[in-house]
Write a protein that binds this ligand. Structure first.
Ligand code: AMP
Ligand code: MG
Length: 367
C-alpha cells in the first residue's frame, strides 16, 4: 500500500507532463513510461519520441545501471560501500572502484562547501536513529547517551583519505551513508547513459529528484514541487534541458514518536533530526550537487540556508518551514508557476555576496 501511495506521489511530480502526454498518446510522438524500484524508491522513467523498442531497451539498461549502483553504494546491504565501512571500522584501507572513489571525493568537496551540514560520514548516527532499513523505524528515539557516544568521536567524511582507489579513514568511527546525494549522482549517470544512446528527450524522477533531457516536444518539461503537508504541489517549474530539481524533506522517511515526525535528515552538529525546515528544493545542472545541497539547506535552517546555498554554488532554491512559510531565492521565485489557482505567498530571500572561502567552516552566527 505504501509503495502504491509513493508511486502516486511520484506521478504527481509529473502531473503536468502527464496531462499533456495523454493528449499526445494517440497521435504525435510516442511516450514510453516505466517505473523501476531502485534506491529504496520508485524511479519513473519517461522517454519521449523514440520507438517502443528503443525506449524499452534504454529503460532496461537504466534498470541494470541503477541496480548496479544500488548494490555498490548501498549503506547497509552488503556491497562495495559496506565492505569499505567494515574496513574503516577495522582501521584498514580498502580499494574501491574509480567511480566510488570519485563520488567520495565529490562528497568531501560538497561537505566542505556545506560547512559539514551535508556529511555522508555520519552513517553511524543515521543507523542509530533506525533509518538503515527499508521500512520506517518504530519505537522510541535513541537516548542522548547513545547519540553522544557517536558524536564524541566526531565522524565526518573529511576524515577519509582517498589515494587513487585506496580509501582509508583517520577516524574509525566514520561510517559512510551516501543517501543524501547518491540518488542525484545516479540520475546524473542515468542521464549520461540515455544521451550516449542518442535519446534526447526524457525525464527521470526518483523520489524527490527529477532530471530532464531535452524538451517535451515543443515545450519544456514541467515538474511539480511537492507540498510537504498534503498531497499536491506548491508550484511547478519548467526545466531547461539538462536541469535537475532535487527536493529533500521530512515527508520522505521519518520516525513517528509521541505524535512528532522526526526527520531522517540529521544535523551533524547535534546528532538530532532537523526540525525547522520541512522541505528544501534545489534547481541546478548537477544532480549530485543539487541533492547534497537540498539536504544541506534542510539542515542549515531558516537563518543559515542562504549562506550555505551561496557556498555550495546554488542560486535557485525553495524552502518550506514547519509553519508553512515558503522561502525562495530570486532566481527560484522567477521560475515558479502556479499549478492550480495561485502561487502560495513566497518570501524572497537574497543570497549573500559571494565571498570566496576555501575552508570548511561556516560563519559562527546565523544572520
Ligand atoms: P535526502 O533525502 O537527500 O535529504 O537524504 C537523506 C538521507 O541522507 C538520510 O536518509 C540519511 O541516509 C542521510 N543523511 C541524513 N542526514 C544527513 C546529513 N546531514 N548529511 C548527509 N547525509 C545525511
Ligand atoms: Mg539530498
Amino acid at each position: 500500500m505504501r509503495r502504491v501511495a509513493r508511486g502516486l506521489v511520484l506521478l504527481a511530480a509529473l502531473l503536468v507532463a502527464a496531462a499533456s502526454a495523454a493528449a499526445l498518446r494517440d497521435r504525435g510522438p510516442r511516450e514510453y513510461h516505466e517505473t523501476l524500484y531502485v534506491f529504496g524508491t520508485l524511479v519513473e522513467v519517461v522517454i519521449y519520441g523514440e520507438s517502443e523498442a528503443d525506449a524499452q531497451a534504454a529503460s532496461a539498461e537504466l534498470g541494470r545501471e541503477f541496480g548496479r549502483l544500488h548494490h555498490a553504494w548501498h549503506a547497509w546491504r552488503p556491497g562495495m560501500l559496506t565492505s569499505l565501512n567494515e574496513a574503516i571500522a577495522a582501521g584498514h584501507s580498502y580499494s574501491v572502484d574509480n567511480e566510488l572513489a570519485g563520488l567520495l571525493e565529490q562528497g568531501q568537496a560538497l561537505s566542505c562547501a556545506s560547512g559539514g551540514l551535508f556529511d555522508p560520514g555520519i552513517g553511524a548516527l543515521v543507523g542509530l536513529w533506525g533509518f538503515h532499513a527499508d521500512t520506517p523505524p518504530v519505537g522510541p528515539p535513541p537516548s542522548r547517551a547513545e547519540i553522544d557516544r557517536i558524536m564524541d568521536r566526531h565522524p565526518g567524511i573529511a576524515d577519509l583519505r582517498i589515494e587513487g582507489r585506496a580509501v582509508s579513514s583517520s577516524n574509525p568511527a566514520v561510517r559512510l551513508d551516501l543517501g543524501a546525494y547518491a540518488k542525484g549522482a545516479a540520475l546524473d549517470r542515468a542521464a549520461a547513459l540515455l544521451k550516449a544512446r542518442g535519446i534526447d528527450s526524457a525525464v527521470l524522477n526518483a523520489g524527490g529528484g527529477v532530471q530532464v533531457l531535452g524538451r517535451h516536444g515543443d515545450r519544456p518539461w514541467r515538474v511539480a514541487i511537492r507540498d510537504p503537508f498534503e498531497w499536491g504541489a506548491v508550484a511547478a517549474v519548467s526545466l531547461a534541458p539538462g536541469e535537475v530539481l532535487h527536493s529533500s524533506g521530512n515527508y520522505e522517511r521519518y520516525l513517528e514518536h509521541d505524535g512528532q515526525r522526526l526527520s531522517h535528515i540529521l544535523d551533524p552538529r547535534t546528532g538530532y533530526p532537523v526540525r525547522d525546515i520541512v522541505s528544501a528544493s534545489v534547481l541546478d545542472r548537477n544532480g549530485a550537487r543539487a541533492d547534497a545541497a537540498a539536504t544541506a539547506l534542510s539542515v542549515a535552517g531558516p537563518g543559515l540556508w542562504p549562506v550555505v546555498a551561496r557556498r555550495m554554488g546554488i542560486e535557485t532554491a525553495l524552502l518550506i518551514d514547519a509553519s508553512g512559510q515558503v522561502f525562495a531565492t530570486p532566481a527560484m521565485a522567477a521560475r515558479l508557476e502556479a499549478v492550480a489557482g495561485e502561487l502560495p505567498p513566497i518570501r524572497i530571500v537574497e543570497l549573500p555576496e559571494n565571498r570566496a572561502s576555501d575552508d570548511c567552516v561556516l560563519p559562527a552566527a546565523a544572520s
